[in-house]
Design a protein around this ligand. Structure first.
Ligand SMILES: CC(C)(COP(=O)(O)OP(=O)(O)OC[C@H]1O[C@@H](n2cnc3c(N)ncnc32)[C@H](O)[C@@H]1OP(=O)(O)O)[C@@H](O)C(=O)NCCC(=O)NCCS
Length: 177
């Protein structure tokens, strides 16, 4: 059985995170953009690392401002999707936020991004708003974003399961591959 570990992002991971971002999104973030995001106050990053070759399989980038945490980006390498990695990263980001006293967790998701919307709904996030033409798509088209948000109570429940830092040492996630 293989297992994926969730860890805090390290500087050496950034180029791999950028590669996964490019594979996942039309508006790819460069290494420099990701460094800038991580350099902003309250930002943190998590990666999912393969136990075999220690390669990066997925990432989550988030930022805490006062008692709110925004999930800025979440991506799983295409060949590693649908194996529970995105859910594990989301859980870890929410747990880290809750451990740091965050009471609200929110994000933007493409209106027609059904896989991501299902993932977020499964974690208690609910649609609370819409931003018209938020995402630029290839070919000049645009897609609305939906703002999804967690009730504070659901974060408090998750906080009892431990911080993301603890997860990096103690929680190894079973992979179905
Ligand atoms: C969305 C994404 C992060 C999900 O990560 P993942 O590791 O593939 O998802 P998981 O295996 O953890 O799935 C967790 C849940 O999400 C939902 N889900 C994930 N992929 C799905 C798919 N292709 N179709 C329908 N539901 C899906 C399901 O509810 C799933 O639970 P289940 O397996 O019990 O049915 C991943 O598909 C991805 O990186 N997509 C491209 C980038 C992106 O859209 N990021 C989110 C931007 S807001």
């Amino acid at each position: 059985m293989s297992a994926t570990a969730i860890e805090s992002i390290a500087p050496r991971d950034i180029e791999h995170v950028a590669a996964i971002h490019e594979a996942c999104f039309d508006d790819a973030w460069s290494d420099d953009m990701i460094r800038r995001v991580l350099g902003t106050a309250g930002a943190f990053g998590l990666v999912a690392r393969s136990p075999g070759d220690l390669s990066i399989e997925a990432f989550a980038l988030a930022r805490i401002v006062v008692d709110e945490c925004e999930l800025l980006s979440l991506g799983v390498a295409p060949d590693r999707q649908r194996q529970g990695i995105g859910a594990a990263l989301l859980d870890a980001a929410m747990e880290r936020a809750a451990a740091l006293g965050v009471r609200h967790f929110f994000l933007e998701v493409g209106e027609f991004n059904a896989p991501a919307r299902r993932l977020y709904e499964s974690r208690g996030l609910k649609v609370v708003g819409r931003r018209a033409d938020y995402y630029a798509l290839e070919g000049g088209a645009a897609m609305d974003a939906l703002t999804m948000r967690c009730e504070p109570g659901s974060l408090a429940v998750r906080a009892t399961t431990g911080s993301a830092t603890e997860m990096s040492q103690s929680r190894a996630m079973s992979s179905r591959s």
